[in-house]
Design a protein around this ligand. Structure first.
Ligand code: GTP
Ligand code: MG
Length: 252
């Protein structure tokens, strides 16, 4: 018989609290987008991400590597949606990434669709050793474009670069797809951690630049961006692991 089973890491995720984004608004003033942006520039911020792509491409492993710095060999199929969070720093500013890791199986597609709206960034993942996962990118992208806000930043990720000997999709093909569709592109390995930090942080950097350019009205929650004290609140039940947070939910 096998040893004692590890405690389940399932926790129900409650809806994010709807509270004012910015201290300026909390004080009663309703600033213009630009005013809000300027006033909030030095406050902590939070960006919401969604991770999408076929089953088995390594979405959950990328999240686990980013939040917990570890790799899971066994395919622990995601049921519904899981959640992870981590603080990062850009330009000396604290940004909390709140990341929804979705199930790649076709039967969960409708649940996934309900998470696009309210996401500032998406990581669209394929497996460089399985061409069919690359062929399905257009379908994922169609879904993302249709259900997200138009300014969502999308990072295309070719995962499993440690399996170079089994490569079925070249780096150039990935880069070309990204160029054609206006995506940022990186190849990663959730196993060796190669480029994993970069994938999450470069996406945040792009969102950060868009905010500075005034692309978003940061007082509008549907863009998946929070600025101010609200950015520090998730309203979710989190399991704290080494100072970082990770929880999951089988529900929508
Ligand atoms: P769903 O939850 O079903 O959508 O799958 P997923 O995309 O979350 O895949 P998951 O992260 O569970 O990984 C699937 C399998 O691929 C697991 O056996 C992982 O160990 C393996 N895997 C993930 N990333 C890598 C990687 O970078 N390199 C290698 N060699 N294996 C990986
Ligand atoms: Mg998964």
């Amino acid at each position: 018989m096998s040893g004692p089973r590890p405690a389940p890491r399932i926790a129900r995720v409650h809806h994010l609290k709807s509270v004012p984004f910015c201290a300026v608004e909390a004080a009663g003033a309703r600033p213009s987008a630009l005013h809000s942006l300027t006033a909030c520039a030095d406050l902590p911020a939070g960006y919401r991400y969604i991770i999408i792509g076929d089953t088995g491409v390594g979405k959950s492993c990328l999240l686990l590597q980013f939040t917990d710095k570890r790799f899971q060999q066994v395919h622990d199929l995601t049921i519904g949606v899981e959640f992870g969070a981590r603080m990062i720093t850009i330009d000396n500013k604290q940004i909390k990434l709140q990341i929804w890791d979705t199930a790649g199986q076709e039967s969960f597609r409708s649940i996934t669709r309900s998470y696009y709206r309210g996401a500032a960034g998406a990581l669209l993942v394929y497996d460089i050793t399985r061409r069919e996962t690359f062929n399905h990118l257009t379908s994922w992208l169609d879904d993302a474009r249709q259900h997200s806000n138009s300014n969502m930043t999308i990072m295309l990720i070719g995962n499993k670069t440690d399996l170079e000997h089994r490569r079925a999709v070249s780096f150039e093909e990935g880069q070309q797809f990204a160029n054609e569709h206006g995506l940022i592109f990186l190849e990663t390995s959730a196993k060796t951690a190669a480029n994993v930090e970069e994938a999450f942080i470069n996406t945040a950097r792009r969102i950060y630049e868009k905010i500075q350019q005034g692309v978003f009205d940061v007082s509008n929650e549907s863009f998946g961006i929070k600025v101010g004290m609200a950015a520090q609140q998730t309203g979710s039940v989190n399991v704290s692991i080494q100072g970082q947070q990770r929880s999951s939910s089988g529900c929508c």
